[in-house]
Ligand binder design. Structure first.
Ligand code: ADP
Length: 377
């Protein structure tokens, strides 16, 4: 089936009317030049030019050839973390607070700013904080301690094995699809109930340290795995309140009984996904074990691409079963779930091919429209 969430039954889903709000939102972020770019030899030039007022990106192949692409937003080197959050992530976070699942993903070549955009802690300078911290800040400040629970799990997908970044001894954790309600869960993963922003910063730091340690042990780089922060938001409501909003996961829902006010729990889920580097086998110049790794990375990124294309083409079959990554995303991507994709690129023509392929991935995602009718198949 195309979508796994039960269709919301009360008010019409936000983002279900009008293409603008319904489809996957795709933004491009250009990384500032680093010393490598500045010192690289004269054969290379700036191949990415942005026109933010037109949301346009111009990709220059050489002095004679260039292509232009339109996105929902384009962010120049000087765009602040706050601007990127407000434009790209906030609508998804607001959806989660209203009861809709959501996904925010970053896709791009290693070194182009995926982790900076999503995972930056900004411990010394809050203006540097990335999307994960800002999302939790917003969710925590919207939550009521008496009725709401915020929980996080933090996972890594490496060579088609799901690992727990909060309990690093747990590897190969199964992903469970509930056939009754189509919800995806990872019941074996550690779940931490978040008390406040400092607590969340600590949890993220623990996860990052475990990721680093696990990757050192496996002799690999973080850029070769996907990191998935899973935030679950639960609100206790009464059936009276429930008529005013609609929530995705209604598994704990009680029925209206003779006008009595019955407490229920509504759940929604936010996934923030720092994808493995999009660079291809030839660039990584890999051998042996690295070839195997690269095959798995290519499998999950290409299966993500296939799902995006299938959604864009309105295909009745979305091939989410092909990889762990797409299985995990199944109930939080398409349908009434709000999805934002940030594609990150560097400025230099040294990486023209990677940059062009990253941009094409983003262009395909621009076509995904999550119409209401898709949910009812
Ligand atoms: P990736 O996760 O795609 O491999 P990183 O997020 O690690 O890339 O970014 C590579 C380097 O570039 C880091 O040192 C990061 O701090 C820096 N960087 C990336 N994007 C920005 C940005 N928009 N502003 C400032 N520094 C950035």
């Amino acid at each position: 089936p195309r979508r796994s969430n039960p269709p919301p039954s009360s008010s019409p889903p936000l983002g279900a009317v009008g293409e603008e709000s319904a489809r996957v939102r795709v933004a491009v972020r250009l990384r500032p030049k680093n010393t490598h770019d500045l010192l690289s030899d004269a054969d290379f030039f700036d191949c990415v030019h942005l026109q933010p007022e037109l949301n346009k990106l111009i990709l220059k192949k050489n002095n004679w050839t260039s292509d232009s692409y339109r996105f929902d937003q384009v962010f120049t080197q000087s765009a602040s973390q706050n601007r990127v959050y407000e434009a790209v992530a906030k609508p998804v976070v607001e959806g989660v607070l209203d009861g809709y699942n959501g996904t925010i993903m970053a896709y791009g070549q290693t070194g182009t700013g995926k982790t900076y955009t999503l995972g930056k802690l900004g411990k010394d300078d809050a203006s540097e904080r990335g999307i994960m911290v800002r999302a939790l800040e917003d969710i925590i400040s919207a939550a009521s301690p008496s009725s709401d629970t915020i929980q996080v799990s933090y996972l890594q997908i490496y060579m088609e094995s799901v690992q727990d970044l909060l309990a690093p001894e747990k590897v190969n954790i199964p992903i469970v699809d509930d056939p009754k309600n189509g919800q995806v869960s990872v019941p074996g993963a550690a779940v931490v109930t978040i008390q406040n922003v400092d607590h969340f910063l600590h949890v993220l730091q623990v996860g990052e340290a475990n990721r680093h340690a696990a990757n050192t042990k496996m002799n690999t780089e973080s850029s070769r795995s996907h990191a998935v922060l899973m935030v679950s938001f639960q609100r206790s409501v009464t059936n009276k309140e429930e008529n005013n909003t609609c929530f995705e996961g209604k598994d704990d829902r009680n029925v209206l009984a003779g006008g009595h006010v019955i407490p229920t729990v509504r759940k929604s889920k936010l996934l923030i996904v720092d994808l493995a580097g999009s660079e291809r086998l030839d660039k990584s110049g890999s051998e042996g074990h690295l070839v195997e790794e690269t095959k798995f990375i290519n499998l999950s990124l290409s299966s993500l691409g296939k799902c995006i294309n299938a959604l864009a083409e309105n295909s009745p079959h979305i091939p989410t079963r092909d990889s762990k990554l797409t299985r995990l995303l199944r109930d939080s991507f398409g349908g009434s779930a709000r999805t934002s994709l940030i594609v990150t690129v560097g400025p230099s023509s040294r990486h023209y091919t990677e940059t062009a392929s990253t941009i094409m991935f983003g262009q395909r995602a621009m076509k995904v429209v999550n119409f209401v009718k898709l949910k009812e198949e």
